[in-house]
Design a binder for this molecule. Structure first.
Ligand code: HEM
Length: 195
């Protein structure tokens, strides 16, 4: 099975989050740690997926080629990380009561996160050869929506983050990482992409 490594990696990641939070975080803070960690990993994974073509251009190795081939699956797992984050929020923060969400002081930022999740869902559903064939040129346009999803997630998480993105140095690190990636993608390697 060609994708076994990617599946194993993400199953290990989900398990690692589950056991580390259970082991190292005091019980009354575990839920918020689960929510934040899955949200944070999803954000990192979005940035990583966008960066894969840049990594290939920088260094064409067996590993970067592998990442390029498995990019679709990495994208699908990025969606599952975000879905887990959202399901935990709905279950533990709002008890599946939509009114609690609609009356929440951060409802605008929660809405932006929800919109990003819808985009990731669309991208995950169309990450297969059948959709590439069926959508033709529009497939690329549709998948460019990842940049919009990233922007929405950044606004969402920078405003309401309770753990990782509450820290200024983490925000600065994320912005620096993004700036570097966008510079490499759209300035340094622009000619390569235009070909
Ligand atoms: C693509 C979808 C999403 C991504 C990638 C995402 C990512 C994030 C990130 C990175 C944080 C900050 C974590 C931290 O540093 O503490 C966060 C916070 C939060 N998100 Fe999302 N989010 C998404 C969608 C949603 C949705 C649909 C909801 C629920 C309607 C939601 C509810 C929350 C809440 C309540 C917080 C504050 C608690 C916390 O910090 O974890 N998110 N999200």
């Amino acid at each position: 099975m060609p994708n076994i490594k990617v599946h194993t990696f993400f199953i290990a990641l989900f398990s690692l989050v589950y056991f580390s939070v259970k082991t190292f975080v005091e019980p009354q803070r575990q839920i918020v740690f689960y929510v934040s960690t899955f949200g944070f990993l999803s954000l990192l994974s979005i940035i990583f997926v966008i960066s894969i073509p840049v990594l290939v251009k920088m260094k064409n190795t067996k590993f970067t080629t592998f990442l390029m081939v498995e990019r679709r699956w990495i994208g699908i797992y990025t969606f599952f990380l975000a879905l887990t984050h959202m399901l935990l929020v709905y279950n533990f923060f709002f008890g599946w009561d939509i009114n609690k969400l609609l009356n929440h002081p951060n409802k605008v930022f929660l809405f932006l996160g929800s919109l990003a999740l819808v985009i990731l869902a669309l991208l995950a559903i169309t990450s297969n050869n059948y959709s590439v064939k069926k959508l033709g040129k529009n497939w690329k346009k549709l998948h460019a929506l990842i940049y919009l999803a990233l922007l929405l997630v950044l606004i969402h998480s920078f405003r309401i983050g309770l753990i990782y993105l509450k820290l200024d140095w983490v925000k600065i690190l994320i912005i620096a990482l993004l700036a570097l990636m966008l510079y490499l993608k759209f300035i340094k390697f622009r000619k390569v992409y235009k070909k």
